[in-house]
Write a protein that binds this ligand. Structure first.
Ligand code: NDP
Ligand code: GDP
Length: 343
Protein backbone atom coordinates (compact mmCIF):
# COMPACT_ATOMS: atom_id res chain seq x y z
CA UNK A 1 0.00 0.00 0.00
CA UNK A 2 1.38 3.40 -1.01
CA UNK A 3 1.30 6.24 1.50
CA UNK A 4 0.64 9.88 0.70
CA UNK A 5 0.61 13.06 2.76
CA UNK A 6 -1.69 15.84 1.55
CA UNK A 7 -1.17 19.25 3.12
CA UNK A 8 -4.24 21.48 2.93
CA UNK A 9 -6.46 18.39 3.01
CA UNK A 10 -9.39 20.39 4.36
CA UNK A 11 -9.42 22.63 1.27
CA UNK A 12 -11.19 22.04 -2.04
CA UNK A 13 -8.40 20.21 -3.86
CA UNK A 14 -7.31 18.35 -0.73
CA UNK A 15 -10.73 16.74 -0.45
CA UNK A 16 -10.91 15.65 -4.10
CA UNK A 17 -7.32 14.41 -4.07
CA UNK A 18 -7.83 12.45 -0.84
CA UNK A 19 -10.84 10.75 -2.42
CA UNK A 20 -8.88 9.92 -5.57
CA UNK A 21 -5.95 8.42 -3.64
CA UNK A 22 -8.23 6.43 -1.32
CA UNK A 23 -10.01 5.02 -4.38
CA UNK A 24 -6.60 4.00 -5.71
CA UNK A 25 -5.84 2.13 -2.46
CA UNK A 26 -3.43 4.63 -0.84
CA UNK A 27 -3.07 5.15 2.86
CA UNK A 28 -3.80 8.89 3.04
CA UNK A 29 -2.49 11.20 5.74
CA UNK A 30 -4.44 14.43 5.72
CA UNK A 31 -2.36 17.27 7.09
CA UNK A 32 -4.22 20.28 8.44
CA UNK A 33 -3.38 23.21 10.64
CA UNK A 34 -4.66 22.74 14.15
CA UNK A 35 -7.82 24.57 15.13
CA UNK A 36 -10.35 24.29 17.92
CA UNK A 37 -12.86 22.64 15.61
CA UNK A 38 -11.92 20.50 12.64
CA UNK A 39 -13.60 22.05 9.56
CA UNK A 40 -13.86 18.76 7.66
CA UNK A 41 -17.15 19.43 5.85
CA UNK A 42 -15.61 18.80 2.43
CA UNK A 43 -14.32 15.37 3.48
CA UNK A 44 -17.77 14.64 4.92
CA UNK A 45 -19.41 15.75 1.67
CA UNK A 46 -17.30 13.18 -0.20
CA UNK A 47 -17.98 10.53 2.46
CA UNK A 48 -14.31 10.04 3.38
CA UNK A 49 -14.00 11.78 6.77
CA UNK A 50 -13.31 8.47 8.54
CA UNK A 51 -10.89 7.16 5.92
CA UNK A 52 -8.27 9.90 6.06
CA UNK A 53 -5.63 9.75 8.82
CA UNK A 54 -5.65 13.31 10.10
CA UNK A 55 -2.31 14.82 11.15
CA UNK A 56 -1.90 18.28 12.68
CA UNK A 57 0.72 20.07 10.61
CA UNK A 58 1.46 23.79 10.79
CA UNK A 59 3.51 24.85 7.80
CA UNK A 60 5.02 27.84 9.58
CA UNK A 61 6.68 25.46 12.09
CA UNK A 62 9.74 23.59 10.77
CA UNK A 63 9.95 21.24 13.75
CA UNK A 64 6.36 20.12 13.14
CA UNK A 65 7.09 19.38 9.46
CA UNK A 66 10.31 17.58 10.41
CA UNK A 67 8.56 15.29 12.89
CA UNK A 68 5.65 14.43 10.57
CA UNK A 69 7.93 13.59 7.63
CA UNK A 70 10.32 11.64 9.85
CA UNK A 71 7.45 9.55 11.18
CA UNK A 72 5.55 8.89 7.94
CA UNK A 73 8.26 9.03 5.23
CA UNK A 74 5.50 8.96 2.61
CA UNK A 75 5.86 7.70 -0.95
CA UNK A 76 4.24 10.92 -2.15
CA UNK A 77 3.68 14.34 -0.63
CA UNK A 78 1.20 16.77 -2.18
CA UNK A 79 1.66 20.32 -0.91
CA UNK A 80 -1.73 21.97 -1.38
CA UNK A 81 -1.75 24.18 1.72
CA UNK A 82 -1.60 27.94 1.18
CA UNK A 83 -3.28 31.21 1.94
CA UNK A 84 -4.88 30.76 -1.45
CA UNK A 85 -7.04 33.85 -1.86
CA UNK A 86 -5.48 36.56 -4.03
CA UNK A 87 -7.61 39.35 -2.52
CA UNK A 88 -6.49 38.59 1.04
CA UNK A 89 -2.84 38.40 -0.05
CA UNK A 90 -2.84 42.20 -0.47
CA UNK A 91 -3.95 42.51 3.18
CA UNK A 92 -1.66 39.74 4.51
CA UNK A 93 1.40 39.71 2.21
CA UNK A 94 3.88 38.42 4.79
CA UNK A 95 1.72 35.57 6.02
CA UNK A 96 0.89 34.68 2.42
CA UNK A 97 4.60 34.60 1.54
CA UNK A 98 5.45 32.50 4.57
CA UNK A 99 2.87 29.76 4.10
CA UNK A 100 2.77 29.86 0.27
CA UNK A 101 6.48 30.39 -0.33
CA UNK A 102 8.90 29.75 2.52
CA UNK A 103 6.96 26.76 3.81
CA UNK A 104 7.76 24.92 0.59
CA UNK A 105 11.46 25.16 1.38
CA UNK A 106 10.76 23.88 4.89
CA UNK A 107 9.05 20.83 3.43
CA UNK A 108 11.70 20.25 0.77
CA UNK A 109 14.51 20.54 3.33
CA UNK A 110 12.80 18.04 5.61
CA UNK A 111 12.31 15.68 2.66
CA UNK A 112 15.92 16.08 1.51
CA UNK A 113 17.24 15.26 4.98
CA UNK A 114 14.77 12.59 6.07
CA UNK A 115 13.00 11.08 3.06
CA UNK A 116 14.69 12.03 -0.24
CA UNK A 117 12.84 9.32 -2.20
CA UNK A 118 9.44 10.90 -1.49
CA UNK A 119 7.85 12.28 -4.67
CA UNK A 120 6.75 15.87 -4.15
CA UNK A 121 3.95 17.87 -5.78
CA UNK A 122 3.78 21.66 -5.47
CA UNK A 123 0.48 23.46 -6.09
CA UNK A 124 1.65 26.21 -8.42
CA UNK A 125 -0.73 28.56 -10.14
CA UNK A 126 -1.56 30.50 -13.30
CA UNK A 127 -1.45 33.62 -11.08
CA UNK A 128 2.34 33.41 -11.63
CA UNK A 129 1.67 34.54 -15.24
CA UNK A 130 -0.32 37.54 -13.94
CA UNK A 131 0.32 40.29 -16.47
CA UNK A 132 0.49 37.84 -19.32
CA UNK A 133 3.55 37.84 -21.58
CA UNK A 134 1.96 35.56 -24.21
CA UNK A 135 -1.72 35.34 -25.25
CA UNK A 136 -1.88 31.66 -24.23
CA UNK A 137 0.34 30.54 -21.38
CA UNK A 138 2.35 27.32 -21.25
CA UNK A 139 5.27 25.94 -19.21
CA UNK A 140 7.69 28.14 -21.21
CA UNK A 141 5.81 31.44 -20.85
CA UNK A 142 7.70 34.06 -18.78
CA UNK A 143 6.11 34.91 -15.43
CA UNK A 144 4.90 38.31 -14.18
CA UNK A 145 2.86 37.87 -10.98
CA UNK A 146 0.50 40.67 -9.96
CA UNK A 147 -0.23 39.91 -6.30
CA UNK A 148 1.65 38.90 -3.14
CA UNK A 149 -0.01 35.51 -3.63
CA UNK A 150 1.41 35.16 -7.14
CA UNK A 151 4.86 36.30 -6.00
CA UNK A 152 4.90 33.80 -3.10
CA UNK A 153 3.85 31.00 -5.42
CA UNK A 154 6.57 31.94 -7.89
CA UNK A 155 9.22 31.49 -5.19
CA UNK A 156 7.65 28.14 -4.33
CA UNK A 157 7.68 27.11 -7.97
CA UNK A 158 11.38 27.90 -8.42
CA UNK A 159 12.47 26.24 -5.18
CA UNK A 160 10.61 23.13 -6.34
CA UNK A 161 12.53 23.25 -9.63
CA UNK A 162 15.75 23.94 -7.75
CA UNK A 163 15.51 20.87 -5.48
CA UNK A 164 14.92 18.75 -8.59
CA UNK A 165 18.00 20.20 -10.32
CA UNK A 166 20.28 20.48 -7.29
CA UNK A 167 19.52 17.20 -5.51
CA UNK A 168 17.86 15.04 -8.17
CA UNK A 169 14.69 14.83 -6.12
CA UNK A 170 11.37 13.87 -7.75
CA UNK A 171 9.65 17.24 -7.45
CA UNK A 172 6.87 18.48 -9.72
CA UNK A 173 5.22 21.84 -10.10
CA UNK A 174 1.64 21.76 -11.34
CA UNK A 175 0.84 25.16 -12.84
CA UNK A 176 -2.90 24.95 -12.48
CA UNK A 177 -5.36 27.42 -13.93
CA UNK A 178 -8.49 28.23 -11.90
CA UNK A 179 -10.45 25.15 -10.98
CA UNK A 180 -13.72 25.20 -9.14
CA UNK A 181 -16.42 22.91 -7.80
CA UNK A 182 -19.30 22.84 -5.33
CA UNK A 183 -16.56 22.52 -2.67
CA UNK A 184 -14.87 25.82 -3.62
CA UNK A 185 -14.50 28.41 -0.83
CA UNK A 186 -17.16 31.13 -0.91
CA UNK A 187 -14.59 33.96 -1.22
CA UNK A 188 -13.77 32.91 -4.77
CA UNK A 189 -15.90 34.58 -7.41
CA UNK A 190 -17.45 31.44 -8.93
CA UNK A 191 -18.78 30.03 -5.66
CA UNK A 192 -19.67 33.50 -4.42
CA UNK A 193 -21.92 33.82 -7.47
CA UNK A 194 -23.48 30.37 -7.29
CA UNK A 195 -24.10 30.38 -3.53
CA UNK A 196 -25.65 33.87 -3.67
CA UNK A 197 -27.91 33.06 -6.65
CA UNK A 198 -29.02 29.80 -5.01
CA UNK A 199 -29.99 31.76 -1.89
CA UNK A 200 -31.83 34.39 -3.96
CA UNK A 201 -33.66 31.65 -5.87
CA UNK A 202 -34.80 30.30 -2.49
CA UNK A 203 -36.22 33.69 -1.50
CA UNK A 204 -33.28 35.70 -0.10
CA UNK A 205 -33.51 39.46 -0.65
CA UNK A 206 -29.76 39.98 -1.12
CA UNK A 207 -27.97 41.45 -4.12
CA UNK A 208 -24.75 39.84 -5.43
CA UNK A 209 -21.92 42.36 -4.99
CA UNK A 210 -18.83 41.75 -7.09
CA UNK A 211 -15.74 43.54 -8.39
CA UNK A 212 -14.38 43.40 -11.93
CA UNK A 213 -17.00 41.54 -14.00
CA UNK A 214 -14.85 41.78 -17.13
CA UNK A 215 -11.98 39.68 -15.76
CA UNK A 216 -11.53 36.49 -17.78
CA UNK A 217 -10.32 33.15 -16.49
CA UNK A 218 -9.71 29.65 -17.78
CA UNK A 219 -12.05 27.79 -15.44
CA UNK A 220 -12.08 24.00 -15.11
CA UNK A 221 -13.44 21.43 -12.66
CA UNK A 222 -11.31 20.57 -9.60
CA UNK A 223 -12.24 16.89 -9.85
CA UNK A 224 -10.41 16.73 -13.20
CA UNK A 225 -7.36 18.61 -11.96
CA UNK A 226 -6.49 16.26 -9.09
CA UNK A 227 -6.10 13.44 -11.66
CA UNK A 228 -3.33 15.52 -13.22
CA UNK A 229 -1.58 16.03 -9.86
CA UNK A 230 -1.48 12.29 -9.26
CA UNK A 231 -0.33 11.56 -12.83
CA UNK A 232 2.63 13.95 -12.43
CA UNK A 233 3.99 11.90 -9.53
CA UNK A 234 3.69 8.63 -11.48
CA UNK A 235 6.27 9.75 -14.09
CA UNK A 236 9.92 8.64 -14.18
CA UNK A 237 11.05 12.06 -12.98
CA UNK A 238 9.57 15.31 -11.77
CA UNK A 239 8.66 18.12 -14.17
CA UNK A 240 6.45 21.20 -14.63
CA UNK A 241 3.02 20.92 -16.20
CA UNK A 242 0.22 23.35 -17.00
CA UNK A 243 -3.33 22.10 -16.40
CA UNK A 244 -6.02 24.21 -18.07
CA UNK A 245 -9.04 23.94 -20.37
CA UNK A 246 -7.65 26.30 -23.03
CA UNK A 247 -10.88 28.33 -23.06
CA UNK A 248 -11.53 31.61 -21.29
CA UNK A 249 -14.80 32.98 -19.90
CA UNK A 250 -15.59 36.28 -18.18
CA UNK A 251 -16.99 36.74 -14.69
CA UNK A 252 -19.99 38.34 -16.43
CA UNK A 253 -20.53 35.16 -18.50
CA UNK A 254 -20.28 32.97 -15.39
CA UNK A 255 -22.91 35.17 -13.70
CA UNK A 256 -25.24 34.88 -16.71
CA UNK A 257 -25.00 31.08 -16.90
CA UNK A 258 -25.37 30.55 -13.15
CA UNK A 259 -28.35 32.95 -13.12
CA UNK A 260 -30.05 31.21 -16.04
CA UNK A 261 -29.72 27.84 -14.28
CA UNK A 262 -31.95 29.10 -11.44
CA UNK A 263 -34.39 30.99 -13.66
CA UNK A 264 -32.91 34.50 -13.99
CA UNK A 265 -32.23 36.23 -17.32
CA UNK A 266 -29.45 38.75 -16.71
CA UNK A 267 -29.72 42.12 -18.41
CA UNK A 268 -26.79 44.52 -17.95
CA UNK A 269 -26.63 48.29 -17.76
CA UNK A 270 -23.88 50.78 -16.89
CA UNK A 271 -20.13 50.30 -17.04
CA UNK A 272 -17.25 49.85 -14.56
CA UNK A 273 -18.33 50.59 -10.98
CA UNK A 274 -21.83 51.56 -12.24
CA UNK A 275 -22.53 48.15 -13.73
CA UNK A 276 -25.87 46.67 -12.69
CA UNK A 277 -27.33 43.27 -13.56
CA UNK A 278 -31.14 42.95 -13.49
CA UNK A 279 -33.49 40.08 -14.09
CA UNK A 280 -35.09 40.83 -17.48
CA UNK A 281 -38.42 39.32 -16.40
CA UNK A 282 -38.96 41.13 -13.09
CA UNK A 283 -36.58 44.09 -13.34
CA UNK A 284 -35.15 43.16 -9.94
CA UNK A 285 -31.53 44.11 -9.33
CA UNK A 286 -29.54 40.91 -8.85
CA UNK A 287 -25.95 42.10 -9.31
CA UNK A 288 -24.14 45.29 -8.31
CA UNK A 289 -20.48 46.23 -8.66
CA UNK A 290 -18.80 47.22 -5.42
CA UNK A 291 -15.34 48.76 -5.91
CA UNK A 292 -14.31 47.25 -2.55
CA UNK A 293 -13.83 44.03 -4.52
CA UNK A 294 -11.48 45.61 -7.07
CA UNK A 295 -7.83 44.60 -6.55
CA UNK A 296 -4.83 46.95 -6.30
CA UNK A 297 -3.37 45.11 -9.32
CA UNK A 298 -5.63 42.93 -11.44
CA UNK A 299 -4.99 39.91 -13.63
CA UNK A 300 -7.27 40.68 -16.59
CA UNK A 301 -7.15 37.41 -18.46
CA UNK A 302 -5.62 33.94 -18.26
CA UNK A 303 -5.77 31.12 -20.82
CA UNK A 304 -3.67 27.99 -20.48
CA UNK A 305 -2.14 25.57 -22.95
CA UNK A 306 -2.18 22.08 -21.43
CA UNK A 307 -0.71 20.30 -24.49
CA UNK A 308 2.20 18.88 -22.48
CA UNK A 309 -0.07 17.41 -19.78
CA UNK A 310 -2.36 15.92 -22.43
CA UNK A 311 0.55 14.40 -24.34
CA UNK A 312 2.78 13.20 -21.50
CA UNK A 313 0.25 12.48 -18.75
CA UNK A 314 -2.78 11.65 -20.89
CA UNK A 315 -4.66 14.25 -18.82
CA UNK A 316 -8.13 15.43 -19.91
CA UNK A 317 -10.54 18.07 -18.65
CA UNK A 318 -14.21 17.13 -18.90
CA UNK A 319 -16.17 20.20 -17.74
CA UNK A 320 -16.29 23.65 -19.40
CA UNK A 321 -17.05 26.95 -17.65
CA UNK A 322 -20.77 26.91 -18.51
CA UNK A 323 -21.28 23.34 -17.31
CA UNK A 324 -19.29 24.22 -14.19
CA UNK A 325 -21.51 27.22 -13.41
CA UNK A 326 -24.61 25.04 -13.82
CA UNK A 327 -23.15 22.24 -11.68
CA UNK A 328 -22.19 24.61 -8.88
CA UNK A 329 -25.41 26.61 -8.69
CA UNK A 330 -27.46 23.42 -8.79
CA UNK A 331 -25.41 21.91 -5.96
CA UNK A 332 -25.93 25.05 -3.85
CA UNK A 333 -29.63 25.18 -4.69
CA UNK A 334 -30.12 21.51 -3.78
CA UNK A 335 -28.14 21.87 -0.54
CA UNK A 336 -30.43 24.70 0.60
CA UNK A 337 -33.47 22.65 -0.43
CA UNK A 338 -32.21 19.86 1.86
CA UNK A 339 -32.08 22.36 4.72
CA UNK A 340 -28.28 22.63 4.77
CA UNK A 341 -26.44 25.82 5.66
CA UNK A 342 -24.05 26.67 2.81
CA UNK A 343 -20.37 26.49 3.86
P1 NDP B 1 -8.05 26.08 -0.30
O1 NDP B 1 -7.90 27.48 0.17
O2 NDP B 1 -9.44 25.51 -0.42
O3 NDP B 1 -7.19 25.11 0.63
C1 NDP B 1 -5.95 25.48 1.15
C2 NDP B 1 -5.75 24.80 2.48
O4 NDP B 1 -4.49 25.20 3.03
C3 NDP B 1 -6.82 25.13 3.52
O5 NDP B 1 -7.41 23.95 3.99
C4 NDP B 1 -6.02 25.84 4.61
O6 NDP B 1 -6.44 25.53 5.92
C5 NDP B 1 -4.62 25.28 4.43
N1 NDP B 1 -3.64 26.14 5.09
C6 NDP B 1 -3.58 27.50 5.04
N2 NDP B 1 -2.58 27.94 5.82
C7 NDP B 1 -2.01 26.86 6.39
C8 NDP B 1 -0.92 26.68 7.31
N3 NDP B 1 -0.26 27.74 7.80
N4 NDP B 1 -0.60 25.42 7.67
C9 NDP B 1 -1.27 24.38 7.21
N5 NDP B 1 -2.31 24.48 6.33
C10 NDP B 1 -2.67 25.71 5.94
O7 NDP B 1 -7.33 25.98 -1.73
P2 NDP B 1 -7.59 24.98 -2.96
O8 NDP B 1 -7.91 23.65 -2.46
O9 NDP B 1 -8.49 25.65 -3.94
O10 NDP B 1 -6.18 24.99 -3.66
C11 NDP B 1 -5.15 24.07 -3.26
C12 NDP B 1 -3.81 24.64 -3.61
O11 NDP B 1 -3.72 24.87 -5.01
C13 NDP B 1 -3.50 25.99 -2.93
O12 NDP B 1 -2.13 26.02 -2.62
C14 NDP B 1 -3.82 27.00 -4.02
O13 NDP B 1 -3.07 28.18 -3.83
C15 NDP B 1 -3.40 26.23 -5.27
N6 NDP B 1 -4.10 26.59 -6.49
C16 NDP B 1 -5.45 26.58 -6.52
C17 NDP B 1 -6.12 26.91 -7.67
C18 NDP B 1 -7.60 26.86 -7.75
O14 NDP B 1 -8.15 27.38 -8.72
N7 NDP B 1 -8.30 26.25 -6.82
C19 NDP B 1 -5.38 27.30 -8.89
C20 NDP B 1 -3.93 27.15 -8.76
C21 NDP B 1 -3.34 26.83 -7.59
P3 NDP B 1 -7.80 26.11 6.54
O15 NDP B 1 -8.86 25.21 6.01
O16 NDP B 1 -7.56 25.95 7.99
O17 NDP B 1 -7.91 27.53 6.08
P1 GDP C 1 -8.22 34.23 -8.68
O1 GDP C 1 -8.13 34.11 -10.16
O2 GDP C 1 -7.39 33.22 -7.96
O3 GDP C 1 -8.01 35.60 -8.19
O4 GDP C 1 -9.74 33.78 -8.32
P2 GDP C 1 -10.99 34.62 -7.82
O5 GDP C 1 -12.18 33.75 -7.98
O6 GDP C 1 -10.75 35.19 -6.47
O7 GDP C 1 -11.07 35.85 -8.85
C1 GDP C 1 -11.20 35.62 -10.24
C2 GDP C 1 -11.42 36.96 -10.93
O8 GDP C 1 -12.72 37.45 -10.59
C3 GDP C 1 -10.44 38.06 -10.52
O9 GDP C 1 -10.04 38.75 -11.67
C4 GDP C 1 -11.26 38.97 -9.61
O10 GDP C 1 -10.86 40.34 -9.65
C5 GDP C 1 -12.63 38.82 -10.27
N1 GDP C 1 -13.73 39.17 -9.37
C6 GDP C 1 -14.73 40.02 -9.66
N2 GDP C 1 -15.56 40.14 -8.61
C7 GDP C 1 -15.06 39.36 -7.63
C8 GDP C 1 -15.49 39.09 -6.30
O11 GDP C 1 -16.49 39.61 -5.81
N3 GDP C 1 -14.75 38.21 -5.58
C9 GDP C 1 -13.63 37.61 -6.12
N4 GDP C 1 -12.98 36.72 -5.38
N5 GDP C 1 -13.19 37.87 -7.36
C10 GDP C 1 -13.89 38.74 -8.11
Amino acid sequence: MKTAVITGVLGQDGAYLAKLLLDKGYKVYGAHRRSATLANWRLRRLGIENDVNMVALELLEYSNIHRVIDKIKPDELYNLAAQSFVGVSFEQPLYTADVGGMAVTRILEALRLLSPETKFYQASTSEMFGQIQEPVQSESTPFHPRSPYGVAKLYAHWITVNYREAYGMHTSSGILFNHESPLRGRDFVTRKITSCFAEIAHGSEQVLEVGNVDAERDWGFAGDYVNGMWAMLQQESGDDYVLATGVKASVRHFIEIAGAAVGFTLEWSGTGPDTIGRDAKTGRTLVRVNPAFFRPAEVDVLIGDATKARTVLGWRNTVDASALAEMMVKADYDAIARGELLQ
